[in-house]
Ligand binder design. Structure first.
Ligand code: FE2
Length: 364
């Protein structure tokens, strides 16, 4: 049951604030296969920050670093480390999206704004979401440039080879203990999202650590935002570890869809991207648990890809280690073969793998 007061055309981009955006761009290009498509910085007349727009499939990441110490971008990085600062949604009318959401209780961050250059007019606005994360509404109908006014095309540069990442499947937020339902209500009431599924501690308690999760999605089902909060366990929840190092709520992981997870993960591994590993025994029981699948189990076991099945089909997924120094943001690679779930059957094996990493960090 959804309302159409906030029509969403898709995820426009994610903006990550970084300590060194030029080096982050190199990592996302050579590691994850993104191609540089546009830049903004001193050379384009931007005196405040440097930004690199990296694209692959329908995914756009914007990597931004401040050029001075007193900028809010610099303060964001000082507090949170590198992380997702802006979730940008493409909408037909940014001003209407801002008015509709703020009228329903959202806190405004950027009032409806028009930016223009030779390529046309880009309209945008933003509201506050969990922690210091913004949700930005972007209307591109009047704009034909490489990304946004102030950006120049980076065509002619050597493009990233691409590893087959096609689109963003979901974006997960971690919030404080007791705050999950407030943010579920935020997405329901101010954005018209509906709850797709929830997981409680019965689903996902391991020996030590626990969390609760609810998945909110927009009316089209294209935009999915799971929200996690820590649950009481014998030891520190992985969500609490994130909150301690991010210094507040924020985006925990970005799930990218691929149509060929074996090919994608093989390339990512060859590029040096590190993944969480489950014990080899996971694959001994896989066929008995999952039933027949198209992919060879040996290849999945070699790469560490996990599989889960529900009534609608199955999915394959794998999680990277955190991509920065702090145990905060990581990526998921997911291939859906009918299932619209989130891999509930893998939670135990996965969270035990995370706990082994937490223990190595001295945080369990
Ligand atoms: Fe996920």
């Amino acid at each position: 049951m959804t309302d159409d007061f906030l029509p969403i055309q898709g995820i426009d981009h994610l903006e990550l604030y970084c300590g060194n955006a030029r080096q982050a761009a190199h990592f996302y290009q050579t590691g994850f296969g993104f191609a540089p498509v546009a830049v903004s910085g001193l050379e384009t007349g931007n005196r405040r920050a440097a930004s690199y727009v990296m694209a692959q499939g329908e995914i756009r990441l914007v990597l931004t670093a401040a050029l001075g110490p007193d900028d809010p971008i610099a303060r964001h990085v000082q507090l949170h480390g590198d992380g997702v600062a802006v979730i940008a949604l493409r909408v037909p009318d940014a001003g209407a999206a801002y008015r509709a959401t703020t009228a329903r209780g959202a806190t405004g961050a950027i009032p409806p704004t028009e930016a223009a250059d030779d390529h046309g007019v880009l309209r945008f606005a933003a509201i506050r979401a969990y922690g210091d994360t913004l949700i930005k509404f972007v209307d591109r109908a009047g704009y034909r440039g490489p990304f946004a006014p102030g950006y120049e095309s980076r065509g002619g540069e050597q493009p990233g080879a691409g590893v087959g990442l096609a689109a963003i499947d979901h974006i997960v937020g971690n919030v404080e203990l007791g705050a999950m339902n407030r943010w579920v209500a935020f997405f329901a009431q101010t954005m018209g999202f509906s709850q797709l599924v929830h997981f409680d501690d019965a689903d996902i308690t391991t020996e030590y650590s626990a969390l609760m999760s609810k998945v909110m999605q927009d009316g089209t089902g294209k935009v999915k935002f799971p929200i996690n909060e820590p649950a009481e366990g014998q030891r520190k929840s992985q969500i609490q570890e994130y909150l301690d190092y991010y210094h507040g709520p924020g985006v925990q992981h970005i799930a990218c869809a691929t149509g060929d997870i074996i090919g994608t993960v093989r390339q990512l591994r060859d590029n040096g991207i590190e993944f969480l590993r489950v014990p080899a025994a996971y694959y001994d029981e896989l066929t008995a648990r999952i039933g027949p699948i198209a992919e060879p189990v040996e290849a999945l076991a070699d790469l560490g890809i996990l599989v889960d099945r529900d009534e609608e089909g199955y999915l394959l997924q794998i999680f990277t280690r955190p991509v920065g120094d702090r145990p905060t943001l990581f990526f998921e690679i997911i291939e859906r073969r009918g299932s619209r779930g989130f891999g509930k059957g893998n939670f135990r094996a996965l969270f035990e793998a995370i706990e082994r990493e937490q223990a190595r960090r001295g945080n369990l």
